[in-house]
Design a protein around this ligand. Structure first.
Ligand SMILES: *Cc1c(COP(=O)(O)O)cnc(C)c1O
Length: 411
């Protein structure tokens, strides 16, 4: 018996998991054979497992430094990474706050937004969210995320938010609802996952809607928080999902692919206005937030190596090629009557299993996952949504193996 309590795992139902021995490229080697990592190990691996440049940066930095307190001290990996991030981020973001997970980066974003309004002398605290969103599993991030079976037990602890309908088509209903709310003049921030709602089922909406929401924020002084924890670093076919809409948020959260998936790190990028609201000789305006491992130098060096790959490699061509490879295979699945709602955003492709009854629905995901595991493919459906979100180094044969495993399924 193992002493480990695994995440999102019902131990009463699930068999003992394969044991990982090594990772490389798009592959995870286990005691039951190799697996193609078709979900980038929960969306963190970008270039590939153990990308040499990133691992070298980790080794090199670890030979010189480990964790150091980041209040009152600074170091080159954090300084250089911050500078590189600002150069690549949507325009207007000028400050980088470090933390260690996507959830924490969102908590930081929410605190920055409320701090901004309080220190601006007109406290606003209402937060608007999009129906079906996911922003993490801490109390604050669950509060701004979709309510359901995943967090029902904690509902009494969650704060209330204003929920906008998921943007369908041209998003008119969402935009109208937001305009009405924002016009009330007390909305602090809108937080959203730009373009793709990940954990909510890889639901995709139009960049024009994102641009429309940005315009409403501008009209009513509402801060826009873009949670790019999943969508950042090329997943949607551009560096940032916000780039598709040509917009910049006031606050941007990044984690997951930030270090290429090698090691935990997160950042919250803020506009100069958000920073300046906290900038004062009055200590009460200090941004009172820290994690013990803030700006871990080894993690920052890994992220810097990841960023340098973006600068050195023809990343746009690589993303475009992967998107094309995904589209070709998705078309085959879309033609299969057992599936519906085939959709794609950049490197992410998803399809829904048609399900007749709810009991089957509860079961289909885990059974499809087990089926793929036997075929050397790691997938993890979200309910009845099967999605493929691979590392960028995956080749055509590996991607065929992934989609063929899905097509081979006989229920
Ligand atoms: C995964 C995710 C988070 C949470 O990140 P963690 O590192 O798991 O805490 C937040 N927002 C989005 C959009 C995510 O996909």
């Amino acid at each position: 018996m193992s002493a480990v309590w695994h995440p999102f795992t019902q131990h009463a139902l699930e068999p003992a998991p394969p044991r990982v021995r090594a990772t490389h490229g798009a592959v995870i080697d286990t005691d039951r054979g190799p697996l193609i990592d078709a979900i980038s190990s929960w969306w963190v691996i970008t270039h590939g497992h153990r990308t040499p440049e990133i691992m070298a940066a980790i080794t090199e930095t670890a030979a010189r430094m480990d964790q150091v307190i980041f209040a009152g001290l600074t170091h080159a990996p954090a300084e250089e990474l911050a500078e590189a991030l600002i150069a690549m981020a949507p325009a207007g973001l000028s400050r980088v706050f470090y933390s260690d997970s996507g959830s924490t980066s969102v908590e930081v974003a929410l605190k920055m937004a409320l701090g901004f309004w309080r220190h601006s002398g007109q406290p606003r605290h209402r937060i608007a969210v999009i129906e079906g969103s996911y922003h993490g599993d801490t109390i604050g991030t669950m509060s701004v995320g979709e309510r359901g079976v995943f967090n029902a037990a904690y509902d009494p602890l969650l704060f209330s938010v204003e929920t906008l309908p998921f943007p369908q088509g041209d998003g008119a209903a969402t935009l109208v609802a937001f305009e009405v709310l924002a016009a009330q003049g007390d909305m602090a921030a809108l937080i959203l996952e730009p373009l793709v709602l990940g954990a909510g089922g890889m639901r995709i909406y139009d960049p024009q809607v994102l641009a429309g929401l940005r315009a409403i924020c501008d009209r009513h002084g509402v801060l826009l928080i873009a949670d790019e924890v999943m969508t950042g670093w090329g997943r949607t076919g551009r560096l940032w999902a916000c780039d598709h809409a040509g917009i910049a948020p006031d606050i941007l959260c990044s984690s997951k692919g930030l270090t290429g998936g090698a090691i935990p790190l997160a950042v919250t990028l803020a506009s100069e206005a958000v920073f300046q609201a906290h900038y004062s000789t009055d200590r009460a305006r200090t941004f009172y937030h820290s994690s013990s491992y803030t700006a871990n130098p080894i993690a920052c060096a890994a992220a810097l190596a990841q960023v340098r790959l973006w600068q050195a490699l023809p990343m746009q061509a690589r993303l475009d090629a992967l998107a094309t490879m995904q589209a070709e295979r998705l078309a085959r699945v879309a033609a299969d009557p057992r599936f519906e709602n085939a959709r794609q955003c950049g490197t992410i492709a998803a399809v829904d299993l048609k399900v007749a009854d709810a009991g089957y629905l509860a079961d289909a995901g885990p059974r499809l996952r087990a089926h793929c595991l036997e075929r050397g493919v790691l997938l993890r459906p979200l309910g009845n949504t099967v999605y493929v979100l691979p590392p960028y180094c995956i080749d055509g044969d590996q991607l065929d193996q992934v989609w063929n495993a899905v097509l081979d399924w006989r229920g």
